[in-house]
Ligand binder design. Structure first.
Ligand SMILES: [Zn+2]
Ligand SMILES: [Zn+2]
Ligand SMILES: [Zn+2]
Length: 214
């Protein structure tokens, strides 16, 4: 049994990405400081946070250090979720914010420090620190700046290029704003688009984008 299998055997929630909930069985990654399992796309998002906030490693492809393995053993997705429920505003509220706000929050910072202390057997910190300016989340254009194409102007689906007609109706991908047809934005491709919790229409090319990357 490899380390990932052991994690999943301990809690099935470790088999799904902490951030987006997708299955991680093919490519499980970890955020070292949070000891959580991420999918490959979300690991890419974490990489942009910088190694001080979230250092990512492939659980299957990298050779984890003793410290990284030990972190996975004392952490995991349910452990972080339980901490957020107990000490923060809850895991649902945490996941309802943008991915940057999640990991640049004081509560995530506290969890990182607690895990690091736990690893060396030190006293677990309890203080929520205000974030240093250095730890400010990267700036991004709000989603509302995405321009939707006027419906009548798009004659063809911008993904498959088939003509719209009575049967092939126009829809908007909530992520890129393009006019797309139903087969190019099926129900299975709906994904939450924070701050909207309810799954929103995504086109087939946007569905693979990491959470919240515009
Ligand atoms: Zn993910
Ligand atoms: Zn189409
Ligand atoms: Zn799209």
């Amino acid at each position: 049994m490899d380390q990932f299998e052991a994690l999943v055997a301990r809690a099935a929630a470790n088999g799904c990405c902490f951030d987006c909930g997708r299955s991680c069985h093919d490519h499980p990654w970890m955020s070292v400081q949070h000891a959580i399992v991420l999918c490959i796309q979300c690991a890419g998002v974490h990489r942009a946070f910088g190694v001080d906030v979230s250092f990512v490693r492939s659980i299957k492809l990298d050779t984890l250090t003793v410290k990284e393995s030990a972190l996975l053993e004392c952490g995991g997705n349910p452990e972080f979720a339980a901490f957020l429920d107990e000490r923060g505003e809850g895991v649902a509220a945490f996941l309802d914010t943008t991915v940057e706000h999640r990991y640049f929050s004081s509560i995530a910072d506290l969890y990182r420090r607690r895990l690091a202390a736990k690893l060396v057997g030190g006293d677990l910190p309890n203080d929520l620190r205000p974030l240093s300016p250095r730890a400010a989340p990267p700036k991004r254009a709000p989603l509302s700046t995405i321009e939707w194409k006027p419906r009548l102007r798009a004659k063809r689906c911008e993904v498959c290029l088939k003509r719209f007609n009575i049967v092939r109706r126009r829809h908007h991908c909530r992520r890129c704003g393009r006019c797309v047809c139903e087969p190019c934005s099926p129900r299975e491709c709906y994904r939450p688009l924070p701050p909207v919790v309810k799954p929103s229409r995504h086109c087939v090319s946007c569905v693979a984008k990491p959470s919240r990357e515009n």
